[in-house]
Design a protein around this ligand. Structure first.
Ligand SMILES: Nc1nc2c(c(=O)[nH]1)N[C@H]1C(S)=C(S)[C@@H](COP(=O)(O)O)O[C@H]1N2
Ligand SMILES: [Mo]
Length: 210
């Protein structure tokens, strides 16, 4: 693991042990070109699939030692993790202090054990959406697969039963209605990435389009 990932994992371990909640952002929280919204806009492809939790599965596979297909119950047997983070949509709105809970991405990695050749992730959703990130970008103390928002199940329009949250990237990198996560050796572009959105999607450098 590279040093910055070790640092992030240590930050995560402190959070998990309840010892410390290190702030990820200073007072300067609003990325360039963004404005703060108080509501919670809904962005989707015009489809909000209804997936009963009894039929929900999360498949995590590809270049991992231990591929899994988790049922809703199995997912909830994993250590649950709550975190508060900011949310930045490329259409210029940001929402502060979103309280998500679910399973942290480090916990999911401990479960599936990525192979050394795994460098990229490809996420697919029940509405036909897809997106991609590097493994390195997802390996952070605030990345999770969330099933709850503000203490309640994530409403369907916001991507329930489960969605990915990667606070340090623009929100299109977080798949709502999550269905699969695939670990890959080579990059594979997702829905918006093939349509000209940035592949790296860093809100702090105004990195919107490629
Ligand atoms: N499955 C799926 N995930 C998705 C999208 C989508 O259309 N389908 N839109 C993305 C975009 S562009 C944003 S800004 C956020 C919006 O999340 P929200 O609707 O909860 O605000 O979800 C992202 N994840
Ligand atoms: Mo977005």
């Amino acid at each position: 693991m590279n040093p910055s990932i070790i640092e992030r994992k240590e930050r995560w371990a402190r959070k998990m042990s309840g010892k410390e909640r290190p702030p990820v952002r200073s007072d300067d929280r609003l990325p360039p070109g963004q404005h703060l919204t108080r509501g919670f806009p809904v962005l989707d492809l015009g489809i909000q699939p209804e997936i009963p939790t009894s039929e929900w599965n999360l498949l995590i596979g590809g270049l991992v030692e231990n591929p899994v297909t988790l049922t809703w119950d199995e997912f909830h047997q994993l250590t649950q993790f709550e975190d508060v983070s900011d949310f930045h949509c490329v259409t210029t709105w940001s929402k502060y202090d979103c309280r998500w809970s679910g399973v942290s991405f480090f916990s999911l990695c401990d479960l599936v054990r990525p192979k050394p050749e795994a460098k990229h992730l490809y996420y697919t959703s029940y509405d036909g959406y897809s997106t991609n990130t590097t493994l390195e970008a997802a390996l952070d103390d605030d990345t999770l697969v969330a099933t709850r928002f503000d203490g309640a199940p994530i409403p369907r329009e916001h991507g329930g039963p489960a969605r990915v949250i990667i606070p340090k990237l623009y929100a299109w990198k977080g798949a709502k209605f999550l269905r699969t996560i695939e670990f890959l050796g080579a990059d594979k572009l997702g829905f918006w990435e093939v349509r000209g959105y940035s592949n790296t999607a860093d809100p702090w450098t105004d990195d919107r389009f490629s």
